[in-house]
Design a protein around this ligand. Structure first.
Ligand SMILES: NC(=O)c1ccc[n+]([C@@H]2O[C@H](COP(=O)([O-])OP(=O)(O)OC[C@H]3O[C@@H](n4cnc5c(N)ncnc54)[C@H](OP(=O)(O)O)[C@@H]3O)[C@@H](O)[C@H]2O)c1
Length: 360
């Protein structure tokens, strides 16, 4: 990073016909001018230490600016970093200072960059989480904690049973952790052998009430029913964005229970109606989690402080040894390598969380 410019991975919104042929070229590294002070109200400038890869980054490379975010658009939606400047109103409030270690999310993207100007509303102080782990909290952790603690409330479900589909995924692994922290018996699924092994290690080391199903080899519905004496589970959380999984997870919710998925019904034309029908037939209630609504919907924008408080508590839970973060790789912040990781992540080829280090 020079005094005047910083490196960032920008979405290529008008690729040439040649570049169109290869998704890898639909994002490119750019040297962008550093915005001059003063900062906009209630923002901080951050040197980005780590940013995490989320499926939406690779999906935007494939399908374009689906969230209609302001362009030019730098990809990357969560980060950890060090504050280098605070806006005048933020400084007078005294919550954030220059040199503070922070983490959070940015609804406008911009985290795959050496520098980021971000709303002080969406960040938290980092004391216990290492910087790589902290960069995974803004999107994946929030997408697990929001449905489980704001849509539902696991504090009232101690000793109940939950099925978390895809515990080997970025969001799913956090959901497994949160449910175990609140004393639920957890049944989860996945298929990648190394990721299943990591889940078994968590189960063995901590003696957690955790049952693990390999959905590529076992019948998920039969196995969950066997584990629950044919009652079905009290709560389901399915963050897989996968219709086959939605149908399976809907089929294991018990009467009077609750089925939660990630993402609004029918998002991106997904045909999830059959899963909703199954939930209704089983006498259960359906609902969903969605972090993106805290960016656009006034009803949820009003609840941002509640979501950010939960995100901030992750630091404390990690410090107490209760929250585990699984990072499978640190991808170089280099042309070609980062774009490939984004596409691989969107194609579900990677496991748990993958991060990059823009300021290394
Ligand atoms: N609306 C929002 O606010 C929001 C926020 C964050 C993410 N998302 C979306 O949520 C999805 C998940 O994100 P992520 O970061 O967790 O992705 P991820 O790391 O790729 O995880 C996907 C998980 O789904 C599992 N899976 C796939 N098919 C399955 C099946 N039939 N049964 C059980 N599990 C199955 C995979 O297991 P294996 O890999 O082991 O096979 C993997 O664990 C993505 O589509 C993402 O775009 C939405």
């Amino acid at each position: 990073m020079s005094h005047h410019t910083y490196r960032a991975l920008e979405l290529n919104t008008s690729p040439s016909s040649e570049e169109q042929k290869n998704d890898l070229h639909k994002a490119h590294f750019q040297s962008l001018p550093r915005p001059s002070t003063p900062l906009p109200p209630y923002t901080v400038r951050v040197r980005v230490d780590y940013a995490s890869v989320n499926p939406m980054d690779g999906k935007m490379m494939q399908f374009g600016n689906v969230f209609k975010l302001p362009e030019p658009l730098v990809l990357g939606f969560d980060f950890s970093g060090t504050i280098t400047e605070v806006s005048a109103d933020t400084a007078s409030e005294g919550k954030f200072h220059v040199a503070d270690a922070v983490y959070g999310q940015n609804s406008q993207g911009g985290c795959f960059a050496q520098e980021l100007i971000v709303s002080a509303d969406f960040i938290a102080n980092r004391k216990h989480l290492p910087p790589a782990e902290a960069s995974c909290m803004g999107i994946a952790y929030c997408s697990a904690v929001e449905p489980l603690m704001m849509v539902d409330d696991l504090r009232a479900r101690r000793a109940q049973t939950i099925y978390v589909a895809g515990g080997t995924g970025g969001v799913g692994f956090f959901a497994v952790n949160i449910a175990l922290i609140h004393g639920l018996t957890v049944i989860t699924s996945g298929s990648k052998p190394k990721a299943l092994q990591a889940l078994r290690k968590l189960q063995q080391e901590k003696g957690h009430p955790l049952h693990i199903i390999d959905y590529s080899k076992e019948d998920v519905v039969a196995r969950v029913m066997e584990l629950t004496n044919n009652r079905g589970v009290d709560l389901v959380y399915d963050p897989t964005y996968n219709v086959a999984s939605f149908i399976q997870s809907a089929s294991v919710v018990g009467a009077g229970g609750r089925w939660l998925k990630l993402g609004p019904p029918g998002q991106f034309g997904m045909n999830d109606q059959e899963a909703y029908n199954i939930v209704a037939r089983r006498g259960a209630e359906a609902g969903y989690g969605d972090c993106a609504r805290y960016w656009f919907d006034p009803v949820y924008i009003a609840k941002v402080p509640e979501l950010v408080k939960l995100m901030a508590e992750a630091d404390e839970l990690y410090g107490q040894g209760k929250l585990h973060v699984a990072i499978s790789d640190t991808v170089p912040f280099e042309d070609g390598k980062l774009q490939q990781a984004l596409l691989d992540n969107a194609a579900a080829k990677l496991m748990f969380k993958v991060v990059t280090q823009p300021s290394a």
